[in-house]
Design a binder for this molecule. Structure first.
Ligand SMILES: [Zn+2]
Ligand SMILES: [Zn+2]
Ligand SMILES: [Zn+2]
Ligand SMILES: [Zn+2]
Length: 289
């Protein structure tokens, strides 16, 4: 059974450490000095207490209760006409007590073993993991299943490039200047490496009946401390140029070969000349820290 550490600021009733967890279930309790001036108590409780009794998902605020006190999460509640347990009305009364229990809980980042020391609000782990600098990324080479931090991936990528038997092909990347991107549509992906700050960029093309979609992304978590990039992509055919500008170059943990639904340059079928795409790309550093 899953357990979670509960942190509670210690006030006047510091000794009681009662936060609605039954004595029977409470398996350990300790006081630890923590961040800032707040002292917190640590104890353990069953994760089931924090699950919606209807859908068994982690409850998120707002939480509702029926006239009898049975709970329903914010996604279940609108679908209910009455409480499934006792048939009394549900949806009018918020369960503020449970909401404040939820707000008070923080748990270690799921990447704690990889070195992240941050605590995150319970139920919001996935939001943090997208940004967590320790989150694992996947090598973009086809048929390679290596995973590691964004730096590991980058170093792995250019280490393997020295072996001609592998397909870890890349070109070096320079920021803020326009360079030619030449790729065969059936190659699907081309990798650029910034080996100074360990960043891998993927230019991908997706063939569709109506044309080819082109995207540029960076294989790294969207952690603010990793800075922000923008890009400018252009394609010229018969003297006409189409351009695509993105103010925020997408970060990804893993390349996907599914055609994106948004944020791509579309080269219509009528503008394609054979299998080779000749484009120009500029990647800019927007705010580097
Ligand atoms: Zn629910
Ligand atoms: Zn009820
Ligand atoms: Zn983290
Ligand atoms: Zn690899």
């Amino acid at each position: 059974m899953g357990r979670v550490n509960i942190y509670k600021p210690l006030g006047k009733r510091a000794g009681s450490r009662s936060i609605g967890v039954s004595r029977k279930r409470q398996t350990s309790s300790s006081v630890s000095p923590t961040d800032g001036s707040k002292k917190r108590s640590t104890l353990q409780m069953d994760l089931e207490v924090l699950e919606c009794p209807i859908c068994f998902e982690t409850m998120t605020i707002p939480i509702f209760q029926c006239d009898n006190g049975h709970l329903a999460c914010s996604s279940c509640c609108p679908k209910l006409s009455k409480c499934p347990s006792c048939a009394l009305p549900i949806g009018r009364i918020r369960c503020r007590a449970m909401e404040s229990v939820l707000r008070s809980i923080s748990i270690p980042c799921p990447n704690a073993k990889l070195g992240c020391t941050k605590n995150v609000s319970y139920g919001l782990e996935s939001t943090h993991v997208k940004e967590c600098i320790f989150s694992r990324c996947s090598c973009p080479a086809l048929d390679c299943d290596y995973t590691g931090s964004y730096k590991d991936i980058c170093r792995h990528y250019y280490t393997y490039n020295s072996d001609p038997a592998t397909v870890h092909l890349y070109e070096p990347l320079m920021y803020n200047i326009s360079f030619n991107v030449r790729m065969n549509i059936s190659d699907k992906i081309k990798i650029y490496v910034d080996d100074i700050s360990d960043r891998l960029f993927a230019v991908q093309c997706f063939r569709e009946p109506y044309g080819v979609c082109v995207t540029v992304s960076c294989i790294a978590p969207s952690a603010p401390e990793l800075g922000k990039f923008s890009y400018h992509l252009s394609y010229t055919v018969d003297g006409d140029t189409m351009t695509y500008e993105s103010a925020d170059l997408k970060r990804i943990h893993k390349v996907s070969f599914q055609t994106p639904l948004e944020k791509f340059m579309l080269i219509p079928h009528s503008a394609l000349r054979g299998e080779m795409l000749e484009m120009k790309l500029t990647i800019r550093k927007v705010n580097q820290v």
